[in-house]
Design a protein around this ligand. Structure first.
Ligand code: GDP
Ligand code: ZN
Length: 379
């Protein structure tokens, strides 16, 4: 990711510049708000004293997640007159924002946020937590975008395109049978989660079809690496309560190959949920909505589920072969011990990873899936 500084010229019409700007500006620097100060652009110059316009140049991080949030700290936002909500979808210039109590508002974006958005395609993306001013019962203006974490993006014509922000966890659904268990595919999803710094949770569904004892070696291996594994059956209800607890108050992406029971699990967690998810996806597939950002669905118990067909199938997330070893928690401690610093751990001599497998330190199956992913194989 490039973090080059790029000067951005912005025009201010006087009637858009907040009147109390100077005061607001200094207030932001009070030591009581250290995090706000951290997010400020490092350099800002204001020039021009004309009646109609002022100009300023800000030096901005071009990184996708630097976003509008940092800039917006400088601007006056009267929090008391605003509502807080989550962007559940973005269609063109309009964002649908939903509050925690389920009210929906079609929101435009405050002009200054848009002017500052040159480094990224969307100044507002699905998943964003925003402050917005209401205009009537169902409309509003987004005044501020809160700092983001868990950003999923993909490269599109040389730019990072944000799919969804603020993803707290990735639930990797696999079935114990029908379709057969594919641990190598779980590993592939784990790599994507680690790469995006999103906490993964492994959910093994359809456990009613097998003897859970058979899963013990696999569960043991993942648990030793620090991953949470949930055994579930959408049919019998096993594991649904733990899943429900994991979803509460978080924003979750469900992924896994088709047929493993994602929809069935969603419905077991909250009746009708899968239908709401698939309705959204169908509309997206039909091309009714030209957006490629994700849709976010609110859970009654609190929390959010993210869905796009691409996310579910995980077609979007590119992995750099040379980096795969870093995303394998069990390989990572060994990769620095190989003779060659650029060791691929496949054919080189004095490879600590291969020795680890030979000596029984490392799971041979994990090593095998590592080799497959390095070669670009999905399964
Ligand atoms: P998705 O493609 O991942 O959303 O999978 P679905 O939820 O559509 O499920 C695929 C099939 O597996 C359906 O026929 C479900 O009835 C079945 N299924 C889902 N969960 C379970 C389960 O826990 N046990 C069994 N035996 N079948 C299940
Ligand atoms: Zn090596």
């Amino acid at each position: 990711m490039s973090r080059k500084k790029k000067p951005i010229r912005t025009d201010f019409r006087k009637n858009r510049a907040p009147r109390t700007r100077r005061n607001e500006f200094t207030r932001q620097y009070e030591p009581t708000e250290p995090t706000a100060a951290d997010d400020l652009p490092r350099d800002e110059r204001i020039s021009g004293k004309g009646e109609l316009t002022r100009r300023r140049t800000v030096l901005a991080d071009e990184a996708a997640d630097a976003g509008a949030a940092g800039f917006e700290m400088v601007l006056a936002v009267d929090e008391k007159s605003c509502l807080r909500g989550r962007v559940v979808s973005v269609y063109g210039l309009t964002s649908t924002v939903e509050t925690d109590d389920g009210r929906r508002f079609e929101c435009a974006t405050r002009r200054i946020l848009k002017t500052l958005s040159t480094g990224q395609r969307h100044v507002v993306a699905s998943g964003d937590v925003v402050l917005f001013r209401t205009e009537g019962a169902a409309a509003g203006i987004i005044e501020r975008v809160e700092p983001r974490h868990g950003v999923l993006s993909r490269a599109s014509r040389g730019r990072q395109h944000i799919i969804v922000t603020n993803v707290d966890q990735l639930i990797i659904v696999s079935s114990a049978a029908e379709p057969r268990l594919k641990p190598n595919l779980i590993d592939r999803f784990l790599v994507s989660a680690e790469q995006n710094r999103i906490e993964p949770v492994i959910c093994l569904n359809k456990t009613d079809l097998i003897d859970p004892i058979d899963l013990q070696p696999l569960i043991g291996a993942y648990s030793r690496m620090g991953y949470t594994v949930i055994l579930a059956s959408a049919r019998t209800g096993v594991g649904i309560e733990p899943l429900r607890r994991r979803l509460a108050g978080r924003q979750t992406v469900f992924s896994g190959q088709s047929g493993v029971g994602k929809s069935s699990l969603l419905n077991a967690i909250e009746p009708g949920l899968a239908l709401r998810v698939s309705a959204v996806s169908r509309e997206t597939e039909k091309g009714r909505h030209t957006t490629t950002t994700a849709q976010v669905i609110r859970l009654q118990q609190g929390g959010w589920v993210v869905d796009t067909p691409g996310l579910r199938q995980f077609q979007l997330w590119d992995v750099v072969p040379e980096e795969v070893g870093n995303w394998y928690r069990d390989l990572r401690p060994l990769v620095g011990l190989c003779r060659f610093p650029d060791c691929s751990h496949t054919h080189e001599a004095d490879c600590a990873v291969k020795n680890g497998v030979a000596d029984g330190w490392l799971d041979a199956r994990r090593y095998e899936s590592y080799c497959q992913i390095r070669e670009g194989n999905l399964e």
